[in-house]
Design a protein around this ligand. Structure first.
Ligand SMILES: [Zn+2]
Length: 178
């Protein structure tokens, strides 16, 4: 079982491919791989990661949320699994905010996302749940869900003028949010 994961970088074909559904969530091999990925995410301190980003072409991702400089009111939600997600509804309205991605290091962009979404997915215990997300979690959910369908945040950007390099973003945007 793989415990050390490499993050695939944009250009790798697995990041551009639709991932396969997870057919047997309770299978020991799947459970072990999922838990290894969870330890990896906790170690990295990221807000989320989608399985294709570490070369696992399956429909699942890990999400979490904690307050940060861009989203001081983001809820504190420990990492949880989203498996075989489907979006069943979304708001008519959307908003643009900054995103980054471990698979596209050094780049930030203003990305439009629906304000809120209603989704159905399975948990690591194999239960099906239906939830509504708004704010930061809605944004991160849409970002990670895109990875399962071979999309990255740059695909959603409306204009090249909404793209910044990390270094400049840190100077201009992250500072001003504090
Ligand atoms: Zn990403």
């Amino acid at each position: 079982m793989k415990h050390d994961f490499d993050i695939l970088q944009l250009g790798h074909p697995l990041l551009r491919q639709r991932a396969e559904p997870v057919y047997d969530i309770l299978a020991p091999a799947f459970q072990a791989q999922a838990k290894a990925l969870l330890s990896f995410v906790i170690e990295k301190g990221g807000m989320g990661i989608a399985a294709p980003q570490v070369g696992i072409s399956q429909q699942f991702f890990i999400l979490s949320s904690h307050p940060n400089s861009r989203y001081p009111y983001a809820p504190d939600v420990p990492p949880f699994f989203v498996i075989n997600p489907e979006r069943i509804a979304h708001s008519d309205t959307s908003n643009k905010d900054w995103e980054g991605c471990l698979s596209l290091p050094g780049i930030r962009a203003l990305v439009p996302r629906f304000d809120d979404i209603t989704v159905r997915y399975q948990t690591l215990e194999g239960d099906t749940v239906e939830k509504m997300y708004d704010g930061f979690l809605a944004r991160v959910f849409q970002h990670e869900h895109d990875h399962l369908n071979g999309h990255v945040f740059l695909d959603r950007v409306e204009s090249n003028y909404d793209v910044m390099m990390e270094k400049e973003w840190q100077k201009q945007i992250a500072q001003s949010a504090k």
